[in-house]
Structures are given as C-alpha cells and as structure tokens.
Write a protein that binds this ligand. Structure first.
Ligand SMILES: C[S@@+](CC[C@H](N)C(=O)[O-])C[C@H]1O[C@@H](n2cnc3c(N)ncnc32)[C@H](O)[C@@H]1O
Length: 392
C-alpha cells in the first residue's frame, strides 16, 4: 500500500467558516496560502494553525480545495479503498431493484470528483478532480476487487474537466466495454449507451421517480411524457396506463424509446419528435386533455445567473401542462437544476397554477434516487426535484 506526501494549505476566515460549517469546497479566494501540486492531498489549517482537515488540492480550479476528511488520518491507498467499500455497502443496504444504479456519488460519498455508475457487469466512471485521476492506480484495483466488473469505462467527455486540467475524452480503463447494454429498472428493461448516451448512458437519478410516477397513472386513458429521452417515465407508465405518448426533440432518443417499448413488449406507446414548448402550447390551445402529464426537462438554469430566464421557461411548460390536465389528472414535474431551488420551483408552480386557473393538490415532493445521496451540509448534493400534483 502506498502513502502520500503532504502539502499545506491555510484558509482565510471565510474559508475557515465554510470548512467548519461542513462544506468540503474551498474557493481560491478563500485560501491564504497553499503549497503542492495539482492532485495532491494537503493538510488544511486556519491562520492560527488549527487543523481543519485534509483536502484535494488543485491550484488551477476555482474550487481549489475539496476537503475529504476532518480527521488527522493517513489518506493512503487503504483509505481510498475503505471509502469505496463504504459507498458500495450503502448501495447494498438500499435493496435496489435494478441492475443499473450509482455506486459512488462524488462529495456525497466523501470522494470529491468521482462518480461510479454500475450497468450490470460494467462500471462507468466520471472523474472531475485531478486528485482522483492521479489515484486511478489505487481506485481501479479496489473497484475490480469489490465489484468484479467485466470492464470499466471513463466517460471523461465533460467540458468541466478542462477546468481541472484533465484531458477530455472517453476511454476504456480496463476489460472490455460495449457501447450498448440492456439494463433493468424494476420490471422495465431498457437500452443504455454507455459511450454515447447522455450522462453515463441513462438518467439513473430518476429511477425511483419513474416507478413512483407509474403508480399515479394506473388505468389512465392518456398520458403525455414530455422530455422523454429513451422513455424513462413513458415505459413504466405504459405498463399501468392505456396509452402513452413520448415526446422529445431528439430523434435518436425517440428511436431508443421505440426499441425499448419493443424490448418490453409494450404496444401502447406513440412517439412524437417536437419542441416541447411548441407542442405544449399547441395542444393546450386546442383544448386537449390528458389524465397525466410528465415534464422532465434538461437543466434550464446551469448557473445562478440563468435562474430568471429558466424560471420563465419552467413556468411556461408547467402552466401549459396544468391546462392540459383533465379534472383529477396528475402532473409529474421535475427540475434537475440545482440553482432552481425547491423554494423557487414551488413559487413557480404556484404562479403557473394561478395563471392556468387550476387548483392543484400536492401529492408528493420527491428528490433524486437514494443511490444519489444528499448531504445536509452540502446543498449542491440536492439537485433533483420532482413534484407530483393533482388537478382538484
Ligand atoms: C433530463 S432528459 C429526460 C430524461 C428522461 N425523462 C428520463 O427519465 O430518462 C431531457 C430530455 O429533453 C430533451 N429536450 C431538450 N430540449 C427539448 C425541447 N425543447 N423539446 C423537447 N425535448 C427536449 C432532450 O433531448 C433530453 O432527452
């Protein structure tokens, strides 16, 4: 087992307060001094020399330090293996009824910059910190021992890797990994494209919401799944509802949804390629009614600056969807924008309901699947919101 050499970092008072509040991210402007190289683990103190923790260090990154432990402990190979073991043990404790799910969720599992998704016998990694990339020689053997995968793929295609000084690209790290795999989510089977699909191949964070939504549309005559991708919600809904229409602007996504319907022997789905904004406006203007509408748009607000514009877009689609609901109908509405907070989303839905002239009962507020854990002191780990509303 190898060990680390240790650099030092001293925090200004704002950084110290942030570290003491339990947040792992320390911005460059809150660091008084630091020595070490990109990807090192450094010992972090306040200006008085009081120990605050050990952190991943990257002078190139705006988030210069990412605290990984608040204990005076060795962060050697065994330490990384123990963190991975803990993350895997947590997933095992959840009793997940699927063979594709998240094994490691970055900061929320104490491994900043490391995402590991399992798709059956394959693992797909996303790496967003130089420190994790530097320790792949420790991490890969541990993942191999713990999970025994047939292959491990690095989806290193996120542009954000450039900010950490990491190369952008997709490569197989060990074994063999095909692009296409068939995964299972409860009773539904679906194709995931590990090398070319969105995220690591699928929206695993919606897994529990897919199944929850289906329970609300049992026996529904007409369901509209807007922003459907490969049919995440539509396939589950089609098992319990009479007719489901999946809408997406991507032809490739709808082709996958069509193949997924076949894979599950479902013949009650139709597929429409359209802009969600146009389709929702046209259908609501023409007075069409549905028993359920599902909205799962891409993140409209990627930064705090984009929130006002995103709010208008979220309001528009939700207002239209509410108008489309028959009495007693269900709206499943999601946002994966961290900056569009639960509070702002609630206000936006209120305003949409008022303008649509609809009384909406709140049935449930949901979040991301439990394999994407949220940490109380790291608000950024809570990003996905899913409200289930009923037209009264
Ligand atoms: C968050 S993903 C949906 C995930 C899917 N609901 C699931 O659970 O697997 C968002 C989808 O919206 C589609 N999309 C983005 N902009 C769109 C637009 N203006 N109109 C229709 N679809 C759009 C994308 O192609 C993508 O498939």
């Amino acid at each position: 087992m190898q060990t680390e050499t240790m650099g030092q970092a001293v925090l200004k008072s704002k950084g110290t307060a942030r570290a003491r509040a339990g947040h792992p991210w320390i911005y460059r402007s809150d660091v008084a001094e630091a020595d070490g190289e990109a990807g090192d683990v450094v010992r972090v103190t306040d200006r008085a020399g009081r120990f605050l923790g050990r952190a991943f260090y990257n002078p190139r990154s705006e988030i210069t330090l990412r605290i990984i432990t608040r204990e005076e402990e060795e962060t050697d190979e065994a330490w990384f293996r123990a963190r991975l073991e803990k993350a895997l043990a947590y997933r095992e404790s959840l009793g997940i009824d699927a063979d594709a799910y998240r094994l490691v969720h970055s900061e929320a599992d104490g491994l900043p910059g490391l995402v590991v998704d399992r798709y059956g016998e394959y693992l797909v990694l996303q790496i967003g910190s130089a420190a994790i990339e530097k320790r792949l020689d420790w991490i890969l053997p541990a993942l191999r021992d713990l999970g025994g995968p047939a292959g491990i793929l690095l989806r290193g295609d996120a542009a954000s890797r450039k900010r950490e000084g990491l190369e952008v690209g997709i490569r197989v790290l060990c074994g063999e990994v095909p692009d296409l795999v068939v995964a299972r989510e409860g009773p539904v089977r679906y194709e995931a494209r590990l090398k070319t699909g969105q995220k690591t191949g699928s929206f695993l964070d919606q897994r529990e919401n897919h199944q929850a939504a289906a329970s609300y549309v049992e026996g529904a005559e007409k369901v509209l799944d807007v922003f459907s991708y490969a049919g995440g919600f539509a396939l589950h809904a089609a098992r319990t509802a009479r007719r489901v229409e999946a809408v997406d602007s991507s032809g490739g996504a709808l082709d996958a949804a069509r193949r997924n319907a076949e894979l599950n022997g479902l013949d009650n789905l139709t597929f429409t390629r359209a802009s969600a904004f146009n389709l929702l406006r046209e259908r609501s203007d023409s007075g069409e009614l549905y028993d359920a509408v599902i909205l799962d748009p891409p993140a409209f607000a990627k930064s705090a600056r984009e929130v006002p514009k995103a709010t208008r877009a979220y309001k528009e689609i939700n207002l239209r969807a509410m108008k489309l609901l028959a009495p007693g109908g269900t709206l499943v509405t999601c946002s994966c924008s961290y900056h569009f907070s639960r509070e702002i989303m609630e206000d936006t839905l209120r305003s949409a309901a008022a303008d649509a002239g609809r009384a909406m009962r709140i049935r449930e507020w949901r979040g991301q699947s439990s394999d994407h854990p949220e940490v109380l002191t790291i608000p950024e780990t809570r990003y996905l919101k899913c409200a289930i509303l009923e037209r009264v």
